[in-house]
Design a binder for this molecule. Sequence first.
Ligand code: PSU
Ligand code: MN
Length: 313
Amino acid sequence: MNSDGSVPAAAFALSPEVADAVARRAPVVALESTIISHGLPRPRNLQVARELERIVRDAGAVPATVAVLDGVPRIGLDKDQVERVAEDPGLRKLGFRDLAPAVASGASGATTVSGTAFLAARAGIRVFGTGGLGGVHRGWTTVQDESADLGLLARTRITVVCAGVKSILDVPATLQRLETLGVGVLGYGTGRFPGFYLTDSGEPVDWTVGTPEEVAAAMAAQDALGGPESALVVANPVAPERQLDPELHDRVLAEALSAAERDGVAGQAVTPFLLAYLTEHTAGASLEANLAAVRGNVELAAAVAVQWSRRAA
Ligand code: PSU
Ligand code: MN
């Protein structure tokens, strides 16, 4: 291990640009790849992958898209690697627990929030911009389906900017788990937890910040306090004029949930089923709200990374 706690570069590959930025403590934003490979339709996903990197650069930070390619965890992808993530239908979905077997077997896969947060933190990156966190699924009392994102964030020092969690999950149960796990949640410019497609999930948050500087101050306070290496979630709502029409959202979600039950959709298939149903039955409006949320989060993540870097200087 290096003296700053990061592992030697041989354990995974930082792109030269990301390695240089981390060494200089310049602003860097980690980006996940599951959203590209499994979360968005082709060929739009490649455009989005490039656009997100562009948004980070325009805000004065270095993008570090994370994926595992041929058994090598990569933090920062070149042009061909980004294309591969978007276009290769064979990529697996890799959470934190999948990383070791993927590395050992030379597999390729896109990293989820848990996989990305882990690798980014190990590489010395403190800020991560994404769409929505995984969370506690509806029906958790019987199926026990809770994303590994929550547990990983309870033991990883990283700041994740997201638009809350998708309404296909049990939002109050997810917030409750974050509380139990000791993961701080800051509403960005709001006292309400965002609902991914919707500006307001209907649930409150306990803390509100208004600027990237305030986020960076909370990060610095986390470090000053010490204690368990937990993350900080910055919940950034999609602008009201870009959200999915709440009435349409509620109606189509109810339909989607009953269709899933009727068709006996279960396990890992539930989320893709519901998301595809929403996209189809809102004539693409859910996709546009999704993209607006992700863009806003990545932009805010870059602004936070810039402030964080200034503190280090
Ligand atoms: N939420 C979204 N889009 C996504 C995901 C979540 O709005 O693409 C992805 C993220 O990569 C997240 C993962 O980490 O799904 C959670 O999957 P699971 O529930 O299997 O842990
Ligand atoms: Mn799950």
